[in-house]
Write a protein that binds this ligand. Sequence first.
Ligand code: SF4
Ligand code: ZN
Length: 350
Amino acid sequence: MAPACGRCGEARAALRRPRTGEALCRGCFAAAFEAEAHGSIAAAGLFRPGETVAVAASGGKDSAVLAHLLRLLDARHGYGLRLLLLSVDEGIAGYRDASLAAVRRARRRLALPLHVLAYQDLFGWSMDRIARHLGGRGHCTFCGVLRRQALDRGAALLGADKIATGHNADDVAETVLMNFLRGDVGRLRRCAGILTGSEGTLPRCKPLKHAYEKEIVLYAYFQGLDYFSTECVYSPNAYRGHARALLKDLEAIRPSAVADLVHSGERLAVREDIRMPTQGTCQRCGYISSQAVCKACVLLEGLNRGLPRLAIGKPSRLQKALLDEEKPETSVQEEESSQPAIQSLKTIDF
Ligand code: SF4
Ligand code: ZN
């Protein structure tokens, strides 16, 4: 027979917490999980009363739990937020269309407004078409750059003050590992923060930053949340997969590896003499960028020229070519661009 719950002592334990090893009943686990999320939000001062928060909703477990929790904690603790769901449709047949169906069901259950932005409308390319041009690898490089911009632009169009994403502790630990392996000091410094964002972009926060993936799955299961769990068709080629495998191996040897890596990411001292990129705006599209031409514009130009691989890597030959082509007297509006004007873009409301 299962032991008694380690907290209330009345109900039978339904699980052993992956994070602490504590045996808890369903009710005490939910209460602990919710209190910890609220603790992270309160300790970091993530939200201010009256803010509009765009919850990045992918249809997966993390964003399903995040939207549910923010709705619940907002009501319980009086955050005073205006919450809305923001989804990006990358145009991946059989994956994103099915996961967006889960977002629409969540939207009905939570009674929150939902807005969907499509890569096709924003950039003139769907991920499936990009993948056909790219061949075997590099899909996530394109997709990650475009999604970041899509979310920023969508949230700005909706008048959001902040974007909340469902990144959990395992995601952050993987990102710390990836940036470490790549020697990407700039990202390493930023990636473990609970609240990030530079001048010119909307702040992004990760309220689930300290929540273990296994606990998110358990919480979603016990709350009966509806989410889509199939992996993206392009994910087997992702570099992140290698970082995930490495993290699982580390965890098998040392169960606290996830929390240790998150902590390391927070604490890693970056040498003072390493020059950090300064933010400006892209000469082509006006989006925030540390380079004269932003990464999204470089990637899209590579696609439009039929040379998608040339755009990957930094600094790319294509980026240099683009800069050489830029004529100072030509305004951004006059540039012939493959990107539809963002101002005229409508989000789809459901
Ligand atoms: Fe995009 Fe890669 Fe994620 Fe698929 S796995 S949605 S291609 S970032
Ligand atoms: Zn740009």
